[in-house]
Write a protein that binds this ligand. Structure first.
Ligand SMILES: [Zn+2]
Length: 142
């Protein structure tokens, strides 16, 4: 089932044009309009965020093809460490934003409330991913 956030209504069978889905009024329905459970959303966000960020940070920081002296290399890794800290803050902000969205939808009421478990799961998923990343990758940089 999907929810159109603009109309605040449930849509069982959306109109489709190729792979795109629309509500009867014509609003585009993205994947985020699909109703999901808290834990489903939590797991997807946590695993996706954790592995993408870890792979990107480790891939950049410990690039075996790095050319330069040991001192240059250390400075480069410090730079990546700062960038990693910045990415962690962005992930935390995304989590906070999800909680605000849940609060706003709760106040608004109606069909959009069906999306609240999903967005709460996303919020907790981001927070958990940020904590796990800090625990696993933090010691390598800070
Ligand atoms: Zn609509």
């Amino acid at each position: 089932m999907r929810i159109c956030k603009k109309c605040n209504c449930e849509i069982e069978t959306p109109k489709a044009w190729l792979w795109r889905k629309y509500c009867p009024t014509g609003h585009r329905l993205l994947d985020e309009a699909v109703v999901r459970s808290f834990w489903g959303s939590f797991a997807r966000t946590l695993v996706g965020t954790f592995f993408l960020t870890a792979a990107a940070v480790l891939g950049v920081a410990f690039n075996p093809d790095f050319v330069g002296t040991a001192a240059q290399r250390r400075r480069f890794e410090e730079g990546v460490g700062e960038l990693f800290g910045f990415v962690l803050i962005l992930i935390l902000l995304a989590g906070v934003r999800a909680f605000y969205q849940a609060k706003a939808w709760n106040k608004r009421g109606g069909a959009v409330q069906s999306l609240i478990p999903r967005v709460r799961g996303k919020g907790f998923g981001y927070l958990s991913a940020a904590i796990l990343l800090a625990i696993y990758l933090g010691p390598a940089f800070w």
